[in-house]
Design a protein around this ligand. Structure first.
Ligand code: GLY
Length: 372
């Protein structure tokens, strides 16, 4: 059974199809988008080892041929050298204005391939086949594409909506547990930002989902994508509500920067820790009850996830150092730190002028609790 979420952006509407076996049926799923039966696939070496043969067979069943460029796996691929390599490869493959570029991979490949498609011949269509939970519930939907700059993550890019997203939930079984749980950080975020019933559902079903319950996985991906679609349709270019999707991200980006964007802290793990910190700050500011951050942490702990600064291995800067890193985030407007805070679980809002003393206090308390 395939669930479909529509992203009804006027003139650029597309579907997110969610379910099992979609990669093996990719040809039939995408045939109607193509003017000619060939596609260029951008992927990474790890994902290719798991899924490229299945995609090739699935396309071949519908008479579609493909060529693929395998980029190195990892965040450092989201940089100029790999972008130019991808764009020049697409040109060498004679990708035409009416062709469709396929992004097969997680958030890094989706962001890079989408950006490559947005600048190739002034914009060609692309489709996403997200292979991580994080990409299925967040980065493959909504059209944010781009690469990182030395000055920060995602500072170079474009809004370029995909023409189709195929979220094959079978791929989630190939993920290491840590990657799955990192993606789950983004799933929890949706409940926390706008839907307490979904959060409650996750409290009940999250453990089964992590253990492999396919119905629960499909339901969680569908609900997350529906929430994302609703927000993106209201505010595609993040003039307002879309910023709610950044719950936990101001903390997260500072922590990722402090830990070198690598093994010590995966993005989704940073989002989970960041959400817990955002609820702690909200409670300190008297916006929500003290029980809310405790409940957020209890669920993350029950899932075996990182929850507090104490769970991040290695050295961290002090609170001022982390605040400096936050100030470099692109969510800074007129020099003021913009945080997503909450009046309760499921009631997030954009706070544009937050008293940094409170944020410092929350960070200090958690840094003091770290093992020496
Ligand atoms: N990942 C946040 C957004 O798409 O706006």
């Amino acid at each position: 059974m395939v669930e479909i979420v529509n992203v009804p952006l006027p003139g650029r509407e597309y579907q997110v199809r969610i379910g099992q076996g979609l990669i093996g049926r990719a040809g039939a799923e995408i045939a109607s988008l193509l003017d000619r039966p060939r596609v260029a696939v951008l992927t990474d070496e790890n994902v290719a080892a798991h899924h490229l043969a299945a995609l090739k067979a699935g396309l071949g069943d519908a008479g579609i041929t493909m060529s693929a460029l395998k980029l190195p796996a990892g965040e450092t691929t989201k940089t100029w050298p790999h972008l130019s390599r991808a764009v020049e490869w697409l040109l060498a493959e004679k990708t035409e204005r009416r062709d469709v570029v396929v992004a097969l991979g997680g958030g890094v490949i989706g962001d890079l391939a989408g950006f490559a498609a947005s600048i190739l011949r002034r914009g060609v269509r692309f489709m996403q086949i997200p292979t991580s939970l994080l990409a299925q519930v967040d980065s493959s939907v909504g059209g944010k594409t781009g690469i990182n700059a030395p000055q920060g993550k995602n500072l170079i890019g474009a809004f370029h909506q995909p023409s189709l997203v195929l979220a094959d939930t079978d791929v989630l079984s190939t993920l290491p547990r840590r990657d799955f749980l990192a993606g789950y950080g983004e799933v929890v975020k949706y409940g926390l930002l706008g839907d307490i019933d979904f959060f409650q559902w996750l409290e009940q079903n999250g453990p089964a989902m992590a253990a492999g319950d396919m119905a629960a996985r499909i339901q969680a991906v569908r609900h997350s994508v529906q929430m994302k679609s609703d927000i993106v349709v209201r505010d595609e270019t993040e003039q307002g509500d879309r910023a709610l999707l950044n719950l936990g991200h101001t903390f997260c980006h500072a922590l990722e920067s402090a830990t070198g964007y690598g093994e010590r802290l995966m993005h989704g793990e940073g989002v989970a820790v960041g959400c817990a910190l955002a609820f702690e700050a909200s409670a300190q500011l008297g916006l929500c009850s003290q029980e809310d951050p405790s409940r957020v942490r209890a669920h993350l702990r029950a899932m075996g996830m990182k929850t507090d600064l104490a769970d991040i291995p290695g050295d961290l800067p002090d609170a001022d150092g982390l605040l400096d890193l936050m100030a470099q985030d692109k969510k800074v407007v007129d020099g003021k730190l913009r945080f997503i805070l909450a009046r309760g679980i499921g009631q997030a809002f954009v706070a544009s002028d937050v008293d940094t003393a409170v944020i410092r206090q929350v960070l200090d308390a958690q840094l003091a609790a770290r093992p020496a």
